[in-house]
Design a protein around this ligand. Sequence first.
Ligand SMILES: Cc1ncc(COP(=O)(O)O)c(C=O)c1O
Length: 365
Amino acid sequence: MKQLRIPGPTPVPELVKRAMIKEMINHRSYDFQKLFLNIQKKLKKVFQTENQILIFSGSGTGGMESVIVNLFSPKEKVLIVSIGEFGDRFIEVAKTFNLQPIELKFPLGSAAEPKKVEEILNRRKEIKSVIITHNETSTGITNDLKKIAKVVKNNRCLLIVDAVSSLGAIDLAVDKLGVDVVFTASQKALMSPPGLVIISVGKKAWDKNKKARLPRFYWDWQKAAEYLAKGETPFTPAIVNLFGLDASLELILKEGLSKVFSRHRQIGKYVRKRLTKMNLELLAVDTSFASNTITAVKVPLWMKVDSWLENLKKKYGICLAAGQGELKNKIFRIAHMGFVNISDMRFVCDKIEKELSSSLKNVKI
Ligand SMILES: Cc1ncc(COP(=O)(O)O)c(C=O)c1O
């Protein structure tokens, strides 16, 4: 595939691929400890935190489950703010574990309104924790985490953030904002293959973890922290993925976090401008919340989106993502996160433009 532009897995740089072709090592050895602690140091820089960072083998959804089982007790209330599929998935996971989530949903294509979060926290003092998606991958919207964090902190609640499609591409200063728990997965902005969930846990979250009564075994944060202290994981880790992550974090830090963020900002702006010029409509109601890692485009009435995307793939090696859930057949999505530059997106936009004009010639009005 010339351009894999789906929201994960994303393209993996050559250097990262090469770092993964190595002999296996003993995960209870000095070599592993050195690798694992080195990754920990790099992750702290990328997460902009002094918090402990736990790594599990698994996918982003595992991160959701891990958060729920480590922080909550049966029947506990938690405010879950949802602006799309992944916020909704968190609600589902919470319900599965017998929590009583209070759902605050916003229309697809919109960001969460901090005022509404504030209203509900003022009204319902029994809420002690808030879960929110930083960047909603299903709609291409980024929430204003700065404002949300302020509201949540003013109400002395614990803030848990799903940053699966933002961390490492969109600025998320964990300590500065005081976000208690933030998690991501390896296969998006971190330019590594799927396989790892990475979770930053702050002091208040550790206090809550000690009181949380839901059962846990594989995802147990305390066990993970005990092993982390000696540079290991409780169970056999995905060693190949860790080789890769070590190399991809190195690349991110070498470029410099602020440069990485501004590259994504520029690319996001470029893609939106090009698509708008093609008379395509973005799903984002207010483009100031449009994501810089993924753009959701409304499907024009004449377009049979599945075959149109298939055509792009066959003709040019460009793989884009369809809509999910309610947005199936209504949008398509172009991911631009991680290992991506302007010329990649110029190629993608040029080919979209070319295909649009040739398909439009065949549309009977
Ligand atoms: C914001 C967000 N959260 C959670 C997930 C779930 O991650 P996974 O598919 O790795 O389980 C995704 C996946 O795209 C996501 O974008």
